[in-house]
Every structure is written in C-alpha cells, then in structure tokens.
Design a protein around this ligand. Sequence first.
Ligand code: ZN
Ligand code: MN
Length: 472
Amino acid sequence: MNKYIMTVGLEVHIELNTKSKIFCSCPTDRDALPNTQICPVCMGLPGALPTLNRRAVEYAIKAGIATNCNISLRSGIDRKNYFYPDLPKAYQISQFDRPLCYGGYIDLTSRGEDTRVGITRIHVEEDAGKLIHEGEKTLIDFNRCGRPLIEIVTEPHIHSPSEAREFLKKLRNIIVCTGISECRMNEGELRCDVNLSVSPVGSDTLGERTEIKNINSFAFVAKAIEQEYARQCAILEGGGRIRRETLRYNTESGKCEIMRSKESAVDYRYFPEPDLADILITDSDVEAIRTEIPELPDQRRERYVKEIGLADADAAILSSDLALSDYFDRAASVTEHKRTVANMLISEGLRLSEGEDFFCPIAPEKFGRLCELFASEMINSSTAKKLLVRMWSEPALEPDEVAESESLWQINDRSELEKIAVAAIEQSRKAVEDYRGGKSFALKSIVGKAMAASGGRANPRIVEQLILEKIK
Ligand code: ZN
Ligand code: MN
C-alpha cells in the first residue's frame, strides 16, 4: 500500500468553559435539565439581538498565542446559513474569511523526530443544540445552543494515523494548560473532523479529499484515518477516482459511511453578521492575555533539560502527557534526586499505568520519597521496584514504614558486606575458578549468591566490588 502517501488536515472544535454563552447571558451548566438554559437570543426569536461575550474572545486569543498564531487586531463575524433541527436560527454565527487567529503551528517531538504541523486559523463560533435519538423519536436539547466554541484548522501536514493522534494529544495538552477548556472528549468538548487525500509517491499535487465528520475519540480518529486511506487506495488501484464526499465514521462497524456527495454539498451563503460589529483587539490586550498563560508543554520540556538536567528524550516523554508531567513535578518537589524520579516514572511508572493518559494511584509525594530512599542508597533498586508495585495496588502504604517493618533497608555496612561476600565466594568454588580462568560473566552468579543470602538487601555495588577484590 506504500504506493500512496496520505495527507491529512484536521478541523478541531473545542468548547470553551466560559460561565455564560457566547452571544447571550444564558449559563453553560452541563448538568442542567434539558431546555432550561435558553433565552430569545440563543433560540433565535425574531428581534432578539446578540452581544459578544468578551471572555470567549480572550479565551480564543489564549489558544492562538499558545499555538504560535498571529492575532488579528480586527476580525469579522459572519453568518453561516444552513437548515438543521438543532439550529433554531437556521444560521450559525461564526467567522469566515477574517478569523481571529491565523498562521500558527505545533511541533510534534515526542517520537524523537521533529515535525511541525501548521495551524491555518482559529476562529470563534457558537455551538448548536443536541439531538437525542430515542427509538423512532428524536428529542432536542437547546442548552448547548450558543455555547462558545473555537474551531482550529490545521494545514495538511499530517501523514499518518499516529501523527494525527500525537497532534491531537499535544493540542489537547496545550489547551488544557491554558485553562480555557477541559477538553473532555466523552462530554463532546473536543470534536474532530478529518480531511484526507492520497497521492502517488513522487507526485507533487494532492488528490481529491474526503471529509470525515465529528469524531470524538483519538483512537477513532486514528482508525478512521487508516480505514479511509485504505478505501481511497483501493479505489485508485481499481482504476476509479476519488469523489469529494463527506463521510461519517461508524464506531460500531469501524467503517466510514457516505453522508453526502459533492453534488449535494451545502452552500453556506456566508455573509457578514449584521447584528454584530467586527472584533477589535489592541496589542496591549494581546500582551495582557499572554501574561496569563502558564507554562506550556514545550516550556516544561525545556525546563526539565535546563534546570533538572534530564536527557532531552526523557524530557520529551514527561512533557508529552499533562497528567504525567504534573505528577512528575509534584513527586520531584520533595527530593533533590529529581532525575531518579524521572527515571523511575519513565521505566516503571509508564509500564504500570494503563490507558491513554498517565494515572498513578500513589500520592506523588510518596512516590518522590520512595525514589529518594533508593537514590540515597537506603534501599536498593530491586527493593524499590518491588515496593513501587506494592504501593501501586495499596496506595496507603508508606515507603518508610514498610521498609522499617519488613527490614528492607539496604545493607551498606562494609564489615557486614565483607562477611556476605566471603560466604558467597566459599559457596561458589566453580564460579570463582571460571572467573579466574577468564570467564568474566561468572562474577554475576557469585554476586547473585551474595544478594540472595542477604535477602536482596545487600548494596549490590559494594558487594560486587568486595567480591572482585577477593577473587582477583
Ligand atoms: Zn440564551
Ligand atoms: Mn465550525
């Protein structure tokens, strides 16, 4: 299938967590009963006039700054006209040809190879209502109608399902960092449309593209891309041509189904919204908003390298997952041995954590303390790892208490270690001969004996050194 290169651009809708809607003062409470957060404005009653929510614009600018966009000091507001039951006005207030933010990018770095994905634009718009299908009936909840959204449109710079997934994950991390949305996908706070085309390797023009609408999980995005790429390749291989179509990803069948073809494409008849003026921003507005943005993933990565001295690859891993980097920062705050915390999280923590995002049931301060016990040679590495696994299933355990009550403290006392080393050598005549005969690996079995005799508590570094001195 590698005859064709896939090219993907994404359109991501993110619901902003403002207290009120974007063009009226209705609340945006998610737990409210259906159709209780509505007013003449968001219901589109004749004569009702919209007022722009200043906070929604500030939030969109935050998203723009955090994704390296330019901010338009004057941007337009337009009507996008279409008929659908979840849209009482029969048009959506959006931004068409003069968006609020444009020309940004996000760098993907966690795979070692740096890729830059361009952000074409970010604009503000209102959400539509929600259709709830119950058997033969369809119910409409207008509470969501008029909630503020940003739409983030990327350049076609993505070329694999895993890249798309990494981009979305990083975008979500950045947005969550800025505090403008929690981006909970199961709540529909982040929804993704995929534009995909294929072209023969070596060709410099893109093929006809299709659009897959409204996917609400990163895993489904990756699957939909894989499936649509295969479908388009198969059509081209069979001598057919790709038609401009809008598709829907069916999560049950795992297939992309055609929603509408280009022939029946909607003409949105965009025109400037007559009830709202242009959005005017000043440079000092932008600067004031910039100062409110906290440390972002890329800055974290830099801090880990510069201040903590982590290898860049490790810093990239830790900063690629917001839950993981928050956890690391808290765990590392209780000890000087921050690199040990990083190593332990990456080698052991990530293995024990399941699911898309990092999760560890142990309080980060306890995790940090465990790493400190190991780094300061109070327990050895195998004890530390075993203790971590136990704490993972019993988060109430205190590392110091367990080490004390079960006598897990590492033996660092030289005279005690001498005795252990001598005993191990006496029990390993064959291995000692082998070692002296040039088989250096035989040392391992002697050290192993010493460790076993100490109940795994001997300081492995010192005990090995003592054994070596005696059998040389
Ligand atoms: Zn309203
Ligand atoms: Mn949109």
